[in-house]
Design a protein around this ligand. Structure first.
Ligand code: FAD
Length: 444
């Protein structure tokens, strides 16, 4: 009898421990993806991610077909659909990857209640190391990154698994057609394992990995890998990427692998504290400002601070934002304007194609000072950030075209030029000398 392979955030055939385990018992498998009402009926199913997901499912189906199989897509509740499929096909086992979110925990509970020891949950699938694989003495997770990195780096990588050569899917398994969704952002990247592998290879072959230590902070250079959406949906395996990067043995590769450890770090925090998707990891007694006009200006990229606005406009256009811009736009909302991090995190999740509860919520908390930053009082200054990260204004000119004619200095401080030369670009929402005022008032 066949084994069900329940795909979740591991939409790939290469280095997939779940698929590999199911095929260990023979070629008869049922690759299944459920468009679960518990996600599709919520704001988490943002148009950009659903459009990307549709690409991922189409690509996975094509890869499975080239190996003699296909993807069965169902809509509804995961446990219910698995139960129906078992009845239809006589499947005896179900394999799934372990997840870290409340949704994943709930899904696993339901499957466990229904199928007990017929359910096989596999680790080292979504992250390089599983949450809890390394822990400090007498705690269930690391609260600080540096010791986590040290422990993480000492664990040998698991073997990278090859893609299966052949699988057989029973005829009796019925499913709905592959879905299609309309993206919100016009320049959204294309999803899927094939595209993810191309993006990664092109970046490595073009010198991106070797030069990562030098280029990853320069906003105008756009020097990061842009693989985050492929990691979020599991089109790329974090283990395979980490292994390939480690084998490159360059300073760039070392800096890059460190970022993959950050991803694992935030996942192990969320796995230990799933409530941190919406509650503070550390309570600091913050009272937040509520001001819809300010929030709207921030969302629309009209704060009057060019680097902040460039980031927010990149997010709207591409469904993706450079990491340094994410940090600065988040700092501006939570530290300068003193708005609740949940407001910013929700806006990011409504657009980010890589929008991920672990990485997004825990990075927002990090910047808000309620999370795992050992310097929770840091406030990023958009002016010094612009001098450091976008000295010639390349990034700002790309995303804030109304300022493109200004000099390198004026493009950082457009309030210093006459209004007529600013093509409608707004005055700053907060005076430059008051960038830290609200924060200092609250935290001394
Ligand atoms: P690269 O620089 O090429 O890094 C390679 C990979 O390492 C990334 O793809 C990502 O998986 C991981 N990584 C890098 N930096 C971080 C980090 N700080 N935390 C966790 N993982 C990291 N990342 C998401 O994947 N999803 C999110 O929803 C998300 N929200 C964020 C919100 C805020 C406020 C901030 C400050 C950061 C957020 N990040 C998020 C982390 C980071 O900005 C992105 O992973 C990165 O910009 C993706 O681009 P890249 O693939 O080119 O990264």
């Amino acid at each position: 009898s066949p084994a069900i392979v329940l795909f979740t955030q591991d939409l790939r055939v290469h280095d997939n421990p779940v698929l590999d385990a199911a095929l260990a018992d023979g070629p008869d498998v049922l690759p299944l993806f459920v468009l679960d009402d518990a996600i599709t009926g919520t704001p988490f199913a943002a148009p950009n991610r659903m459009a990307f997901l549709a690409d991922c499912l189409a690509d996975l189906d094509a890869s499975l077909r080239s190996r003699g199989g296909r993807l069965v897509v169902r809509k509804g509740s995961t446990a219910h659909e698995v139960k129906r499929l078992m009845a239809e096909t006589g499947a005896a086992r179900i394999h799934v990857a372990a997840g870290v979110t409340r949704h994943a925990a709930h899904r696993e509970e339901e499957l466990r209640a229904a199928f007990d020891d017929r359910l096989h949950v596999h680790g080292r699938s979504l992250t390089v190391l599983d949450p809890g694989a390394v822990t400090p003495t007498s705690r269930d997770h690391y609260a600080v990154f540096t010791p986590y990195l040290r422990a993480w780096s000492a664990v040998p990588g698991r073997k990278v698994l090859s893609a299966p050569a052949r699988l057989d899917v029973p005829e009796s398994a019925s499913g709905t057609a592959l879905p299609s969704y309309r993206a919100a952002s016009p320049a959204l990247p294309k999803g899927g394992e094939s595209e993810g592998r191309r993006v990664w290879r092109r970046w490595v072959d073009g010198g991106g990995l070797a030069g990562y230590d030098e280029a990853h902070d320069a906003l105008g250079a756009d020097g990061t890998s842009r693989i985050s959406p492929y990691l979020h949906f599991g089109c790329l395996s974090a283990t395979e990427i980490a292994a390939q990067a480690a084998a490159a043995e360059s300073a760039g590769a070392e800096a890059f692998v460190r970022q993959l450890a950050w991803r694992d770090f935030h996942h192990q925090v969320l796995a230990a504290r799933p409530d941190c998707a919406d509650t503070d990891y550390r309570k600091r007694g913050d009272t937040w400002v509520r001001d819809e006009a300010e929030a709207k200006a921030w969302r629309e990229g009209r704060t009057g601070y060019p680097l902040v606005d460039a980031g927010m406009r990149q997010l709207a256009q591409e469904g993706w934002m450079h990491n340094r811009a994410r940090l600065l736009t988040a700092s501006f909302l939570v530290k300068t304007l003193r708005h609740d991090w949940r407001e910013g995190a929700a806006h990011f999740l409504s657009l980010l194609v890589d929008g991920d509860i672990a990485n997004n919520q825990m990075n927002w908390q990090w910047m808000a000072g309620t999370g795992n930053d050992t310097r929770p009082n840091r406030v990023l200054n958009p002016l010094s950030q612009a001098r450091r990260l976008d000295p010639d204004g390349t990034y700002v000119r790309q995303w804030v075209p109304e300022l493109s004619g200004l000099s390198d200095r004026d493009v950082r401080e457009p309030w210093k030029v006459p209004k007529a030369d600013r093509n409608g670009y707004p005055d700053p929402l907060v005076e430059p000398e008051d960038l830290t005022a609200r924060y200092r008032e609250a935290h001394g």
